[in-house]
Design a protein around this ligand. Sequence first.
Ligand SMILES: NC(=O)c1ccc[n+]([C@@H]2O[C@H](COP(=O)([O-])OP(=O)(O)OC[C@H]3O[C@@H](n4cnc5c(N)ncnc54)[C@H](O)[C@@H]3O)[C@@H](O)[C@H]2O)c1
Length: 361
Amino acid sequence: MSDRLKLGIVGINWRGSDIKPAIDATGLIDVTAICATRPDRLAEAAKTLGVEATYTDYDRFLDEADVDAVFLATPMELHVAQSVAAMERGIHVLCEVPAATDVEECRVLVDACQRSDAVFMIAEQYNYRREPAAIAAMAERGAFGDMYYAEGEFNQNIQSILDKTPWRRRWQVGVNGITYGPHSLGPVLMWMAGDRVTSVCCAGAGRRYRDGRGELLELEPAATMLCRTARGALVRVRCDLLSERPMGVHYQLQGTDGFYDRGDLWLRSRSADSEQSESLDAVAESFLPGEYLEAEAKCRTSGCACDDYLMLHDFVESVRRGEAVTLDIHQAMDMTLPGLVSQQSIAQHSAWVNVPDSREF
Ligand SMILES: NC(=O)c1ccc[n+]([C@@H]2O[C@H](COP(=O)([O-])OP(=O)(O)OC[C@H]3O[C@@H](n4cnc5c(N)ncnc54)[C@H](O)[C@@H]3O)[C@@H](O)[C@H]2O)c1
């Protein structure tokens, strides 16, 4: 690989285009090709993204395009097949969330990663946001003590885009359970480093919403799963893609020496009185690593999203140095598998169901 990573973007609609300012801000990546299904959209995107090589056929793109890596921003049911096809050609993969749509697909993906020298990283940019990153820095120093409870919530009403993106009708709201878990679980598992979810139990608030044709959606609003972890912690995850409300992403963490809840922080090391919480905003800077603050300043100047910038930076640096990526295949599985297994739980009247460990596949 030369000094700059040659990246192909696959899927150039919402997410695939959204990330371009952060790609440019890294100064480490050239987008050398794009691939998507609609020729009219491709031509338009080629102009705005400043790319000449365009493809409508993914296999042809992999065989012909001059790329070291691909960013997969395609419908979620394509992630595994497209990741495997890239890695079989030695092309590195940065894949959008979730990594897969069922447990069998997870096995296929893990197997492909084991057979390939190419890198696979899950593009969970929420792990790089200011709030999760600051809490991660505290947790790493042991500031929360024994972390035994956490919450992750991702609430975004996607009803208005179901008709425009039919894959969402099938894969995001056509399946009951936590269909889209990584944004909620990713940061929580980063804080509880080394732990993983071993079983889940899932329930929802009843099927209430209909699609444009009047069919009742399979996904229940307020779908919530409880997770037991290997170290005995409890995690509550809510992924609500239907309720009519503003978008909201919230996290909570409870340990023996501290708690964090939607901006409110208490650490025993800073105050003996657990009634005296402080604002995370007020203290985050003293915990965030210097590189994080430098990246924030750079992103403010260039006007790009800092979480995307840091995620891309991590990916490129790992590929360049031949080092393990932060959000590798097992991290990807740890944030994807519980939600997929929750679909079995909710179908079995909220029974507790074991979550397989991808390290033992
Ligand atoms: N990380 C985030 O915050 C975030 C936000 C939105 C979406 N996503 C994820 O990003 C992915 C894309 O979401 P979106 O909202 O941009 O979807 P979208 O439907 O708006 O765009 C999908 C793109 O994939 C292309 N595509 C479809 N089939 C293809 C194929 N066989 N080969 C090549 N290209 C193909 C389409 O032409 C289109 O350009 C999804 O996996 C979604 O879960 C993540």
